[in-house]
Design a protein around this ligand. Sequence first.
Ligand code: LRH
Length: 467
Amino acid sequence: MLGHVGPNELELHPVARFPNNPVRTIDGLHWNILELYRNALLGLGAAVREAPRLASVAVDSWAVDYALMRGDRMLGNPFHYRDDRTLAGVEATHALVAPTELYRQNGLQVLPFNTLYQLAADRASGDLAAADGLLLIPDLLGFWLSGRRVAERSNASTTGLLQTTGAGAVWNDTLIGTLGLPRSLFPDLVSAGDSVGALLPGVAAEIGSDRLQLVAAGSHDTASAVVGVPMLTDDCAYISSGTWSLVGVELPAPVLTEASRAANFTNEGGVDGRVRYLRNVMGLWLLSESIRSWERAGDTIDLPDLLAEAAALPGQVTLFDVDDARFLPPGDMPARIVAYCVEHGTRPPGTRAELVRSIVESLAAEYARTLRTATELSGRSVRTVHLVGGGSQNTLLCQLTADYTGLPVQAGPVEATAIGNVLVQARAQGFASGSLESLRALVARAYPPRSYRPTPRAPAAHANISP
Ligand code: LRH
């Protein structure tokens, strides 16, 4: 994404897009990281050709995953967090540190793929013994671009190994030691907005620019997305809706209560030391994986048509628990949803349109439940829900979210993550200034959100989620 930012200007457009298809090999599910890097270099080259005076670049990606390193060499392809090697890691970790104590220290929701659980699996397999370093995915790409090894704090917070969230969070040396992990694995921390350095000469030559600087953005995609949410007041919640739905509020300090732990809410590190208080809801992965199943069977799927059909269905469809663990790994999602309904004595969706409606409506219902819990646990009142990311283009999802929460939904921008990334770079370079609030005002002007008013048609809709 190429961005142009000035004090009153914000414009982004895509320069290159490429798929991110994981690969299953005999030992598990991996990211095709070299292919991603190759495509990123091609994209950077295209961006430089279009904007030869391009000032900086920053990398963000999904959280938690990493490469083990030995010197400059990557030791094997990074595992995908949906690989099931991590399950034993959760048990092994909780045997060393009780979940209550862990939450007190890192404030993270238990997701089986959090980095600390993955590292427990690597320790058990012996993989860790060969490594002398670790780089999270965006930091790995940054290392290949610049030769500098760092860990940006927003993404490092998803390892579960940072001492606190906040502007100056440091690695939790005691916890790292208790878990039997070598402290030397973990690189120096930087914050979003810090300069990382110039590109390596070979990289600069390949992309055709020797003036580009690598800057740290909120390298966790969700941290950048939250920067790009056009929230202008405190009484707003956000839903970053893509493969995952990240549903919550932004807070000045973490909530580490027992009730928060029991509800599996997370306190992830945000840009400028803010806390992203949220819960991972399964997300549009349910839909994309269903489409993949149908396409594997040889069918061509027209998503807009299918969504229109789903929206036009009369009556109430069956809702299911989108966060059931069976939906995490890749596979035949329609069959799993049907099996879930049969097990729970509810009527399984009979057609594709019904299945799509069940997915979208179950997601909206879960968004509403999660937001209500977020307000109760944080004490924050919410009067507007911002929905950003790919899901903001799904009008059925936006309307149902308004219906189930009983609150107005402001939808967009679709590219909130890239916008948040570029704004933090621009501020670091002096092209924009001020707090996240002033950056968000810029987003609201450049990308005015679409409004959805709640309608009373969803029978299970909740009245209001303000505490
Ligand atoms: C969204 C995301 C999310 C993480 C998951 C691994 O892309 O980064 O915030 O929990 O991927």
